[in-house]
Design a protein around this ligand. Structure first.
Ligand code: ZN
Length: 99
């Protein structure tokens, strides 16, 4: 199943050739989950079961959000425990959408 990024305005999809990584919404940490939901402009009362299929692509994270980026050539990037998607990193597909 091809899923798309849950970030508002982002059109990136999880195709096998996509240069982006896709990350699940953290369900275990309630505070962190609330932060993600507010960034994604989703209802903070969204049940976890409804978030299982949502993904956020790597366009919304910086190198600092990853453990060992650049050291692992196999692309197995892992987000740090407290990484949160950033508003400031909306990629240009968001803007081209309007032109
Ligand atoms: Zn995205």
């Amino acid at each position: 199943m091809v899923c798309c990024c849950a970030f508002p305005g982002c059109a990136n999809r999880a195709y096998s050739w996509s240069p982006y990584r896709f990350h699940r919404i953290p369900l275990a940490d309630l505070n962190l989950r609330m932060l993600w939901l507010s960034v994604l402009r989703m209802d903070v009362n969204t049940p976890p079961a409804a978030m299982k299929h949502l993904r956020v692509c790597s366009a919304h994270f910086t190198d600092d959000d990853y453990i060992g980026k650049g050291e692992n050539k196999r692309g197995q990037l892992h987000l740090k425990d407290h990484a949160v998607p950033s508003f400031s990193l909306v990629n240009f597909t968001f803007f081209t959408f309007f032109y």
